[in-house]
Design a protein around this ligand. Sequence first.
Ligand SMILES: [Zn+2]
Length: 355
Amino acid sequence: MARGVPKVPRRPVDQPRSLLEFQRAFPDEAACADYMERVRWPDGFACPHCGVVAEPYRFTARPAVLRCRTCQADTSLTAGTVMHKTKQPLHIWFWAAYLVSTQTPGMSALQFQRQLGLSRYETAFNLLHKLRAGMVRPDKDRIGDEFAVEVDESFVGGRTKGKGRGNTDAPLVIAAVEVRERLSEKKGRRTKYAGRLRLRHIVSRSREECEEFVRDSIQPGSTVRTDGHNGYDRLPRLGYRHEAMVLDGDHDKIEAHLPLIHIVFSNLKTWLRGTHHGVSAQHLQAYLNEYVFRFNRRFYPMTSFASVLGIGSVRSGPTYRGLYDGDYAHPNPDKPGRVKAARRAASLRARRAGR
Ligand SMILES: [Zn+2]
């Protein structure tokens, strides 16, 4: 019954670089369990109950459970992760993590349900939201510094059923994106491209919300470029170099002053509309987090897979009921308070696990 030593030697967690490699790396539940064990205990299994570091017993019928050879206590590989108490096989989660983190446009719950052959839409919906909770890096730092940052706000559509364009209850999003430059061989000159991104769902364009977002997201001392909105006019007092320009919808001015943020908003709206057919305000921040996660890793998409599972192994996700009752607050990557709380909880769990 016991599987004995894992067939995969312990080594730094590597990642699949293609669908084929993924399939080969995770053909069954045991392979997924081995991977999770290596992610959680890179230096070898340490029993959370008695603290002894030794090879545990493994069971073919219950691959997600390890039994300590010293104290005989069982440890669940999914405990303390977004997969906790899951009824889904591990390989469904692995496919989900792979698909949401490496597919450029991400996946809707419906596409996902079909791809994985899940019988219920709610299962797909719940699973994707749990993975989105793992798409927030707990150590998110503020962007900017040597890079100038473009900041702007925009309505992002939302559900437009029966209302048509221009409805005013569309949710509002504020964004900050780093301006980076590289030499374009084709154009023979330096061109701008987007560096790291931050997005937040806000209630209004008030100075309070604009300033709070800038303070939480951008390193003081950075150059911040905005339009003429007076919500930003006190940024110099907060320690930022502020470059404001009244744009009046003038295309040339926008192109010169805030070129990147407009592309970001345009792509974000296309994604929300095209992949998800609009998103309710209640869940918007989760989708923004997902978008930022992929955006900030778009030059090395394959590292995202391990990242989702890696972070996922120390973070608890929402329950289905919590999502629908609205009790669960989607983690906002740019709220240091919540990040601190998450870190505290994680270190508490780690200390408990270490006892
Ligand atoms: Zn033990």
